[in-house]
Design a protein around this ligand. Sequence first.
Ligand code: NCD
Ligand code: ZN
Length: 352
Amino acid sequence: MSTNQTQIQLIQPDDWHLHIRDGEVMKDVLIDTVRQFARAIIMPNLKPPVTTVDLANAYRTRIQLQLKSLGIDSFTPLMTLYLTNNTSADEVRKAKAAGITAFKLYPAGATTNSDAGVTDLKYCHDALEAMQAVGMPLLVHGEVTSPEIDIFDREAVFIYQVLDPLRKDFPELKVVFEHITTLQAAHYVRDAATGGKNLIAATITPQHLLMNRNAIFAGGIRPHNYCLPVLKREEHRLALLEVATSGNPRFFLGTDSAPHAKGAKETACGCAGCYSAFNALGLYAEAFESVGKLDKLEGFASFFGPDFYSLPRNTRKIILVKQAQIIPNELPLGDATIVPLRAGETIAWSLV
Ligand code: NCD
Ligand code: ZN
C-alpha cells in the first residue's frame, strides 16, 4: 500500500457487519455499499428474522435479483442466520453445507428486531456444539439486556456474564465480538488466549472510532448519532482507535450501517442505528488519519476480515483521495428518506 498526503491506494475492502433490510429500501442502501465494498456480512434481523437456511437462501436470491437489476456483478453478500432458542444442530450443519457464513447471536431484546433472540444460551447448547464442530463462526451482539444494568455498562458486563463463560464452554468456537464500543471489549479481544488459533476477533464501526457519547447530546438530542451499543466515553473511543490502528489482525472493519427512515429516528422513541454506508471508507480514513495511522487502514479494512473467515483476500484495488465531500442532508430510502451519518458535514476522504 502506498500512502501520501492526498491519496491512498488499497485492496478493495469488505464490510463484515451490515444491515441492508429488505423490500423497497434494499436497493437504496445497497447502492452505497457496493460502490465501496466487494463483500458484506448481511445481518439477519429482518421482520421476521432469517432463522433458517431456506429463509437465508430466499433472502440471498432477493439480494442477487436487486444487484442484477442495478447491473452489479462485483458484489457478494455473505449470509448469516439468526440464532434462536430453537436452532437445531441439524440446521447448523445444513447451513454449513449451504455456504452460510455465520450465525448471529442477539440476546433477546438487545436491539432492533431482536425479540426472537436468545433468552439464555443454555438453550443453544446443541447448536453451539455443532458450530464449534463444523467451524461455523458465531457473531455476537455483546450486550446484556437486564433492565437493571446501566445501558453504558451492558457491553462490559456481557464479557464476564456471557462471553467468557461461552468461550470456556466451547473453546474451539470461532467468535466475532461485533461492533465493540468499550475499552474492556477491546482489551478482552486483544488479550484472549487462543493457543495461536484464529478464534476471536472484533468488528469496529466508524462512529465508535470518531465519536464519544457527547455526540448524542451536542446542543440538543441528536437521534442520528444514536445506535446500539450506544456511544461511550472518550476513554473508550481512544481504546478502540488504539486497537483498530495497531495492525492487530483480531480487529477489522464492520460498519454496522443500520438504515432507519428519517421519521423512525426523529420521533419520541427513535430507532437505534447510524447510516454510515454513504461514505464509510471516508469515515474510517478520517479516523486512522487522526492518529497518523493511514498505513494501517488496509489491513483493518481489507485483509484481517477475510483472513479470519478463511476467505480469499480481494485483488482489485481502490483509491481514496483527500477531496472534501459534503454529506447530503438526506438520501432516498424507498418512499421515505434517510439522514446519513454526518449529514450536512464535510468528510475529507472519498473514493475515486
Ligand atoms: C441495528 C439495526 O438497526 O438493525 N441497530 C444498531 O443500532 N446497530 C441492530 C444492531 O446491530 O444492534
Ligand atoms: Zn448491527
